[in-house]
Design a protein around this ligand. Structure first.
Ligand code: PRP
Ligand code: URA
Length: 207
């Protein structure tokens, strides 16, 4: 499957506000929410459609409808910041949750929660997380989702490191990656450079 780097002017403008260390919780959240709506448009561009016969007030016609239900899966916590924006664009979407916490010393993801709607197997599943750093959290979340039968999976993130993209392409070559911005590298603590810091902490005001 494919990796798409969006490089969209509006997203880049809003992402720069988020990256700025002077930006507080309110503005950080608001810009993430706005970016999520813009990303939802891009991420859903390739969803498959089927024909449906309808009658307009003028005449019968063959229209289009999505073939599959859409399930959003935010990776907790920071992925929650993308959910409202995606739900605004896809109001019928169901939402599953997966909790992943990256161990700060080993950088390995630790799963602490998982709950999914029963239509996961036949759905288009959009996994959401603002950050793809080592790729450990996203890979583990997608492995879990696949074990539960999901087949049509896309992963959307705001900022990615080249290391994370490589790991995802190796471990989950069947999953489309949609990335708003590709950054330079990871630092010695596994943070994305230049990045935006700890997305979960900035989103929820923790530290
Ligand atoms: C952050 C982020 C990703 C993960 C990325 O979550 O939201 O899930 O790190 O890093 P990785 O690609 O190296 O796995 P974190 O574990 O800090 O949890 P949080 O969302 O609760 O803050
Ligand atoms: N998780 C974050 O929130 N930020 C990073 O830069 C890396 C992992």
């Amino acid at each position: 499957m494919a990796t798409t780097i969006l490089n969209h002017p509006l997203i880049d403008h809003k992402l720069t506000i988020m990256r700025n260390k002077e930006t507080g919780t309110k503005e950080f959240r608001q810009n993430l929410d706005e970016i999520a709506m813009l990303m939802a448009y891009e991420v859903t561009k390739s969803l498959p459609l089927q024909n449906i016969e309808i009658v307009t007030p003028i005449c019968p016609m063959t229209g289009k409808q999505l073939i599959r239900p859409v399930v959003l899966v935010p990776i907790l916590r920071a992925g929650l910041g993308l959910v409202d924006g995606f739900k605004t664009i896809i109001p019928t979407a169901k939402v599953g949750h997966i909790g992943m916490s990256r161990n700060e010393e080993t950088l390995q993801p630790e799963e602490y929660y998982a709950k999914f709607p029963s239509c996961l197997k036949e759905a288009d599943v959009l996994v959401l997380d603002p950050m793809l750093a080592t790729g450990g959290s996203a890979c583990a979340a997608i492995t879990n989702i696949k074990k539960r039968g999901a087949k049509n999976i896309k992963f959307a993130c705001l900022v990615a490191a080249p290391e994370g993209i490589e790991v995802m392409e190796q471990k989950h070559p069947d999953v489309d990656l949609i990335v708003a911005a590709l950054d330079e590298k990871l630092n010695e603590k596994g943070y994305i450079v230049p990045g935006l810091g700890d997305a979960g902490d900035r989103l929820f005001g923790t530290d």
